[in-house]
Design a protein. Structure first.
Length: 164
C-alpha cells in the first residue's frame, strides 16, 4: 500500500502537491475544531449532570486506582487558551478562579477544571516573568549610521549593513 502511495505522489506536479497539502491542512484544522467543540460540549453536559451520592466512588473503592476526570484534549485546550492571555488578564483570571474555587456548589469535574486552570495560570505567569527577565537582560547597541537597535554580539547592522 505504501509503495502505491509513493508511486502516486512521485507523479504529482509541484502545484498539485501544494494544493493537496493546502487541502490537507484545511481538513485537519476543520477536524480539530470539530473535535474541540465536541469536547467542550461534553464538558458542559458533564458539568450540568447532578450525580447522586451512590454515583461517587468511596475512599475504600478508590484505594488503589485514581481515575482523572480531565482528559488530554480538555487540558490542552485550557493550556492553549491561557497561553494567549496577557499578564494582567492571566492574573485577573487566576484571582477569579481562586474565588470560584471557594464555592461549595461546584461539581467534582468543575472543581478539577478550576484547579487545573489555576495551575495553568500560575505556570503561565511564571513563564511571562521569565520572558520579561530574559528581555531585560538582553543588551542592545544602536547603529551610529541609521539609529536602529542591534544585538550586542552582532558585527553588522541588520537594517543598513554597516559594520559595528
Amino acid at each position: 500500500m505504501k509503495a502505491k502511495f509513493k508511486d502516486f505522489i512521485s507523479k504529482l506536479s509541484d502545484t498539485e502537491i501544494e494544493k493537496l497539502l493546502y487541502d490537507f491542512r484545511v481538513f485537519i484544522d476543520e477536524y480539530r475544531e470539530m473535535l474541540i467543540i465536541e469536547q467542550a460540549n461534553r464538558v458542559v453536559s458533564y458539568s450540568s449532570f447532578e450525580p447522586e451520592e451512590s454515583d461517587f466512588i468511596t475512599d475504600e473503592q478508590n484505594e488503589f486506582e485514581e481515575t482523572p476526570l480531565l482528559d488530554f484534549m480538555t487540558t490542552a485546550r485550557i493550556m492553549e487558551d491561557i497561553s494567549l492571555l496577557s499578564a494582567e488578564d492571566t492574573l485577573a483570571t487566576l484571582n477569579g478562579l481562586k474565588n470560584l474555587k471557594e464555592q461549595v456548589s461546584v461539581s467534582q469535574l468543575d472543581f478539577e477544571i478550576i484547579c487545573f486552570k489555576i495551575e495553568a495560570c500560575e505556570a503561565h505567569l511564571g513563564e511571562l516573568a521569565e520572558q520579561a527577565d530574559m528581555n531585560s537582560q538582553r543588551k542592545t547597541l544602536v547603529c551610529h549610521i541609521c539609529g536602529v537597535e542591534v544585538d550586542t554580539g552582532a558585527f553588522f547592522c541588520d537594517n543598513c549593513g554597516n559594520r559595528l
